[in-house]
Design a protein around this ligand. Structure first.
Ligand SMILES: C[C@H](O)CC(=O)C(=O)O
Ligand SMILES: [Mn+2]
Length: 340
């Protein structure tokens, strides 16, 4: 693979996707310290929000240590060069949340929908684009449908005003050929001024390989997390990815040793559990399950005595998607009754 001379914008997820792995309990001090470290390392984009996006604080998704507004107001003023993004899932986040994020200094908004539901993003994408924000359409669970379907949904988002489209491997299920097919088709068919991005999860250990495939197929934005802090087995570990890109002659503008230090000195010490491929996170990738279901399944295992792996396999078989978190406990109850 020859990527020599390509330029890629890296986007750190440790303070948003990483919120899942921390049950949304990152302190303001940790947020600011990590964001500052990333900023100093030259990370161009950093996402700061509840794990499920603006307005995610709820019984269904979990209550965070601080509100989105508190996190954003603490982080944004400290940034010297990094741009702060926020995730927004229509139905969870509202246009009021979007306006609040803009007022806090967020310059990039990523409107996320299930990969077949782009039509629910119209209001938020249109509003963000109207406000002059970097407006991203983020198609989740992109492994569940064909590249053609992803393209159809992406075109809707572009029509609404998105200037960048992500194919998102929320379950960490994809293999490099799956990424190539989706990103390649988006790059071929969408206008050249529309950027393409890829967001991976490392559940099958494919975060780096899939992200490289995405760049080769035409993606110019890649998400990852320092030390991989993210849902499931985490996101593409950015310090590792930076080292690989450096070896391959890809330009990122990120200082490799500085980002290694952020990973080692700041992020790893605050992990509640090792974010790694273990039998449960591996099952997410193998069965094609939404990565943030991991901790819900582990909690249900403790409560009902049903193995998290069995739960995840069944959730994959049923084709559950983000937003169906309540199904996990429901399923555990049913399985516990059947077992009894
Ligand atoms: C709300 C999800 O955590 C968004 C995401 O990061 C993914 O789908 O992956
Ligand atoms: Mn994710």
């Amino acid at each position: 693979m020859n990527l020599q001379g390509k330029q890629v914008t890296l986007h750190d997820m440790s303070l948003r996707d990483g919120m899942h792995a921390k049950r949304h309990q990152i302190s303001l001090e940790e947020m600011v310290n990590i964001a500052t470290g990333l900023d100093q390392a030259g990370m161009p984009m950093i996402e700061v929000t509840h794990g499920d996006g603006l307005g995610g604080a709820s019984v269904n998704y979990g209550f965070p240590a601080h509100s989105d507004e508190e996190y954003l107001k603490a982080v944004v003023p400290q940034m010297k060069q990094a741009k702060i993004s926020a995730l927004l899932l229509p139905g969870i986040g509202t246009v009021d949340h979007l306006n609040m994020a803009k007022d806090c200094g967020v310059t990039s908004i990523r409107v996320a929908t299930h990969c077949t539901e782009a039509d629910v993003s119209q209001q938020h994408i249109t509003q963000a684009a109207k406000m002059g924000m970097d407006t991203v359409g983020f198609l989740m669970m992109a492994h569940m449908v064909s590249p053609e379907k992803i393209l159809e949904q992406a075109k809707l988002m572009v029509d609404y005003g998105a200037n960048c489209i992500y194919a998102t491997d929320s379950a960490g299920y994809m293999l490099p050929d799956d990424v190539t097919a989706r990103i390649g088709l988006l790059r071929k068919e969408l206008p050249k001024n529309i950027e393409i991005g890829f967001h991976g999860h490392h559940n099958l250990g494919m975060g780096i390989a899939n992200s490289l495939a995405a760049i080769e197929a035409g993606a110019s934005r890649i998400d990852g997390s320092v030390a991989g802090l993210g849902a499931g087995a985490g996101n593409t570990p950015l310090e590792v990815f930076c080292a690989v890109l450096d070896r391959m002659g890809v330009e990122t503008g990120v200082d490799l040793f500085k980002i290694m230090d952020v990973a080692e000195d700041l992020v790893v010490p605050m992990m509640d559990h090792p974010v790694r491929v273990d039998r449960n996170s591996l099952t997410l990738g193998y069965a094609g399950v939404y990565s943030s279901f991991l901790l819900f399944a582990k909690r249900a295992e403790e409560k009902y005595g049903i193995s998290a792996r069995d739960l995840l396999v069944e959730l994959g078989r049923r084709g559950t998607v983000g937003g169906q978190e309540d199904m996990i406990e429901d399923l555990a109850l049913t399985m516990a009754k059947e077992k009894a």
